[in-house]
Design a protein around this ligand. Sequence first.
Ligand code: GCB
Length: 681
Amino acid sequence: MLLRCFIAIALACQAVAAQAQSPGQVSTVPWQATEPERLYQHPEGRRHLDLSGPWQVLVDPLSAGDRPSFTGLGGVEVYKAQPAPTGLAFAEFVFNAGKTLQVPADWGRQDPRLDLYEGPVWYLKRLDLQPDDGLARILHVGAANYRTDVYVNGIAVARHEGGFTPFSVDLTRYLKAGTNALVLKVDNRLDALTVPTRFSDWHNHGGITGPVRLLELPERRLVSWAIRLADLATREIVLDVEATSQAAGQLVTVSLADVGEQAQARIGPDGRARLVWRTRAALWSPASPALHRLQLSIAGGENVTDTIGLRTITARNGDLFLNGERLILRGISSHAVSTRHAGRAVGTADARQLLGEVKALGGNFVRLAHYPHDEAVVREADRMGVLVWSELPVYWAVAFESPDALTNVRRQARAMVERDRNRASIILWSVANETPNTPARLAFLKEVAADVRGLDQSRLLTAALLVDTAKSAPLLARTLAGRLLQDRALPEGERSRLAAWFEKATGAPATPDRINAAAAPPVFRIEDPLADVLDVAALNEYFGWYYASFLARMVPADEGRLAAAILALMPDVRFVPPAGKPFVVSEFGADARAGLAGGAGRMFTEAYQAEVYRRQLAMLAAHPGIDGVSPWVLQDFRSPLRPYPGVQDGYNRKGLIDETGRRKQAFKVLRDAYRKGWPQR
Ligand code: GCB
């Protein structure tokens, strides 16, 4: 009898559970929250509560925590942050101080069980507040990868998408006197519609990876400001200020305290003001990174201090100019990684390590790939005098046909620019990396480019492009076949196979004249129509690394022989950028496992990588119009695309430095070239 009773209860429970889990009931939170709109700039320099440190967390791989129930019997609703019950009260999804994660930091670095985790983690911070002082309280999140839902005291307040850029949310009306529960649900799952998509060459570090602050600001406050040296000759500065509507009609005063300059303007009904004056302030450059204290104050409202530099960056007749002087970018690319610890780089100490290595190379430039890095890096780049390329995560094939993806990227672009447009170090905004040349992609990126230009007139636009493989691969194949057929030492069997291929590919007999003509130095044109939208044409190319294995599938020749022929060809290779555009090679490189023996005749050795650098630097120095390089890449970084056991072990090994900080031979090759003033020979 008793048994039958239990069975009846169990069956009833199952039925309720099945109902609760039926499709269409994925989330039962009354979700009204929308994407936060305005980004509050420079949170560090404004009155705030710092929310870094330990947060209580719940790992929720099935994303059950925003359901009222998953069994039909209650007890989930993580966002309500109920206190852990005692006694006979049932609980499962409750926060408990026993499980915490540090903020800011990705979760994999803190708990090896989360290293490959992709899913939601709930974060809780309890805030004791007395918000009766008339101040607005604005949450500012530096970065959280990838999707963040913000809840205050059980209410869904905002949902943000994008793993690298900051966002702010006005929490004032949700907070009460006493203890408040701030819950962030951070979900790092990526798919074909996210930007970036799931398919990329880096590890998807999840978590709150930027600082979290609660700004405490008066009603008459600043939202954003943009300062630029608008005219090098007259030294005219233009400063655009955006304040809250409550500040309309008030005077805003700006001063550059160290040079004793001041300007004033009245804030218009739209909250905006423009201040213009001529300055005597010293200009910023890598050789002399002069910074100035910018003070902004609204009458009867907020005072903010920022640190800024003044410089111009221009492109003219295919060259780059910093403060009117010809500029060559001696750079290196980098992911947001640090040799100080695993995971994503964050904060000033990581920034100094990364930029310190750029300086040690004798470089003046870093390409911060493939997404905006932590704000600390660009602030430190201002101080240390390193020029910066900052990039949107529009990487490979994103959903260019999707209006949602476009809206998402436009938001990310706005946040990237608004966060950093007062950093003198940033000279280039990159809108994309290696994207397919299709009409949908061109239309998409044109819109993004127009937005970026509208938000900032003091930088140049670029994107990392490729040469068209449909044209370049057959050209390279014919050139290499020609060179191999010129080689008297080529074994007979291979010669006849190659000659037969050559005749078929060129449609003519393999006569000495034709072979010599095919073996002539190849010219690769950058013909991507996206270049028309950009100020600077940047090219990623991997001569000396990838192409031989690919060509060995086209041409009947041994892969090793093709690889050697490519190395031999490199001094003769020429790229032609679109007319009138500065030309930067934004990637070249080769993998090397630090310490791997085998000499330059074996791929993945330090010696081979160093040889690729020597040849690349010589090849590119021979391009008369070259404006700079940022080889790939400063430090080895985690990537699921790189398993090769014993060699890559889950790391892209194209670093000049390995993950422990050990410098490889190629580091010295690049440093010597930069010290000698590359591209001069
Ligand atoms: C590229 C990509 C970069 C990769 C690199 C590589 O072209 O832009 O994200 O990591 O090549 O190592 O293949």
